[in-house]
Structure formats: structure tokens, C-alpha cells
Design a protein around this ligand. Structure first.
Ligand code: ZN
Length: 71
């Protein structure tokens, strides 16, 4: 499983393998996965990058986080 979350420093959306402990953002901040606020959980990297792409879109389309949060 992959998790999508926001960088705690700059707010960018990132994704990481759920089993990873940390994920370094492009801003240089090292996010501890257990401390970040996760916005979505998906089954593979392709879906994770898709979610990130949508969330970081131009903002013309509002996506409910609840919709993204599939069980
Ligand atoms: Zn960042």
C-alpha cells in the first residue's frame, strides 16, 4: 500500500510506500510517515502518483478527500 500526504514543511503532496519510515520532500524536509497527515491510501505507486497529480492540479477541480479515501 502507498500513502499520500502533505509535506509538513511546504505542504506539497507526496506519496510513499507505507512501509517506509521517512520520505524526503523536494524542499529538503524529511517527513516521518507516522507523523504526517495522510490524505489517501492506495494500493500501488501508479495510483499514488495519480492522486498526487490530481491534488496538485491547477485547482480548477475540487476533489473531496473523502472520495479519495477508499477503504
Ligand atoms: Zn516539502
Amino acid at each position: 500500500m502507498f500513502v499520500v500526504f502533505r509535506c509538513r514543511k511546504c505542504g506539497r503532496f507526496l506519496y510513499a510506500d507505507e512501509s517506509a519510515k521517512t520520505r524526503k520532500c523536494v524542499c529538503g524536509h524529511k517527513n516521518e510517515l507516522k507523523r504526517v497527515k495522510k490524505v489517501a491510501r492506495v494500493k500501488n505507486e501508479a495510483e499514488a502518483s495519480e492522486v498526487v497529480r490530481k491534488l496538485q492540479g491547477t485547482g480548477t477541480e475540487f476533489i473531496s478527500l473523502d472520495k479519495l479515501r477508499k477503504t
